[in-house]
Design a protein around this ligand. Structure first.
Ligand code: S3P
Length: 175
């Protein structure tokens, strides 16, 4: 059941798992409004995530995520919120809304990204995916934490977007 305090749905999970795609499908189906934490950061900074990482470093980016998290908690209700893969670390995640972890194996994520028509672009915009060995290590470090933070875990591997959103809707008991 969805947390009533904010009525927000927050999608977490590793880079490339499909948080944005599933969020957009959920937005269409539920007629809610959608927000994306990476998009919010890009507009706050008026530069791309990749440029923020290159020019300021990851620590600076993480402080921006924390600022966005505080703002969401204070100001946002009834939204579908997709997040960057490291956003789950913010202190107040639980206060923002019902947390849904989109889960897949690392291989499943790579296959999904590679099968995309603009695969190169999808990989290039994600600085932490530039080295697959390092990315796999990060994935393994994070998977336990994602699951711990989640109110609901949905396995997305080998499922269509529709199957995933129907499962989410059923588990949340929303229309
Ligand atoms: C990150 C994931 C990215 C983006 C940034 C850092 C991470 O978002 O926030 O590059 O730490 O996993 P996506 O999960 O949308 O790729």
């Amino acid at each position: 059941m969805i947390k009533s305090k904010t009525n927000n749905i927050v999608l977490i999970g590793f880079m490339g798992v499909g948080k944005g795609t599933i969020a957009r499908a959920l937005i269409q189906k539920s007629k809610k409004i959608g927000l994306d934490t990476d998009d919010m950061i890009e507009s706050m900074e008026n530069r791309k995530i990749k440029t923020i990482f290159d020019e300021e470093g990851e620590t600076y980016f993480r402080t921006l995520e924390k600022r966005v998290a505080k703002w969401l908690e204070k100001n946002v209700k009834n939204c579908i919120i997709s997040t960057g893969g490291g956003f789950y670390k913010v202190d107040n995640l639980d206060e923002i809304g019902t947390i849904i972890y989109l889960q897949s194996s690392f291989e499943g994520i790579l296959n999904r990204l590679k099968s995309h028509e603009n695969a190169e672009q999808k990989l290039a915009k994600r600085p932490l995916l530039s080295d697959f060995e390092k990315a796999k290590k990060l994935f393994e470090e994070r998977i336990v934490s994602y699951a711990k933070k989640a109110d609901i875990t949905i396995s997305v591997e080998n499922k269509s977007v529709n199957e995933c959103i129907n499962e989410i809707i059923k588990k949340l008991k929303i229309k």
